[in-house]
Design a binder for this molecule. Structure first.
Ligand code: AKG
Ligand code: FE2
Length: 188
């Protein structure tokens, strides 16, 4: 991918660890149903979300203001493992729960001002495989995609968020529930 710095690690967590983390996160995370404005109407986001992190690192996402809940042991375990390769210290994580194929996230960049200029985003997936698609903002013919499998880790850095949008499309196929964790660095 030109104008990007993205690295994919397929089996970053082994199967046993991934199975455990999926179950623990499904049960222990305080999943919320957030809403967003779409053409003047309030609608449910097509996924459940949660926001955990260091105290005081609050964040605005799609017009929703989120205060972080305190780290849990399993979140800290995942954070430590990915920090070893990401070479940054993450201070917060946005979690997404895609319950079925009707859940997804549409085209966007992770370019909120809280993230600074060239954000490092560490994205970990557990559960059902979903497509993760990229498209270049200036040249829409430039595309890339990766299957985000159980236990995988996608690291995005450098100018990726300036030049590339991403999405997890909804699908009519039968897919298992999926948990995604996007670790971020909120700068103050
Ligand atoms: O579920 C994913 O893999 C992507 C989530 C995402 O793009 C986000 O939360 O900003
Ligand atoms: Fe994103």
């Amino acid at each position: 991918m030109p104008d990007a710095k993205a690295t994919f690690y397929r089996n970053f967590f082994d199967l046993r660890k991934s199975d455990t983390l999926f179950q623990v996160l499904l049960n222990e995370i305080n999943w919320r149903q957030d809403r967003m404005k779409l053409y003047g109407k309030e609608i449910d986001l097509p996924r459940k979300t949660a926001w955990y992190g260091d105290r005081g690192k609050s964040y605005t996402f799609s017009g929703i203001h989120l205060d972080p809940e305190p780290w849990t042991p399993s979140l800290l375990e995942v954070k430590q493992r990915i920090e070893a390769v990401a070479e940054v210290q993450f201070n917060s994580v946005l979690l997404n729960l895609y319950r079925h194929g009707g859940d997804g996230i549409s085209w966007h960049t992770d370019a909120e001002p809280e993230l600074g200029d060239n954000p490092v985003i560490g994205s970990v997936s557990f559960g059902g495989t979903r497509r993760f698609m990229f498209r270049h903002r200036q040249n829409r013919d430039l595309k890339a995609e990766v299957e985000l499998t159980h236990g995988s880790f996608l690291l995005m850095a450098g100018e990726t968020q300036h030049f590339w949008q991403h999405q997890v499309p909804k699908t009519a196929r039968k897919v298992e529930p999926r948990i995604n964790l996007t670790f971020r660095v909120i700068v103050d």
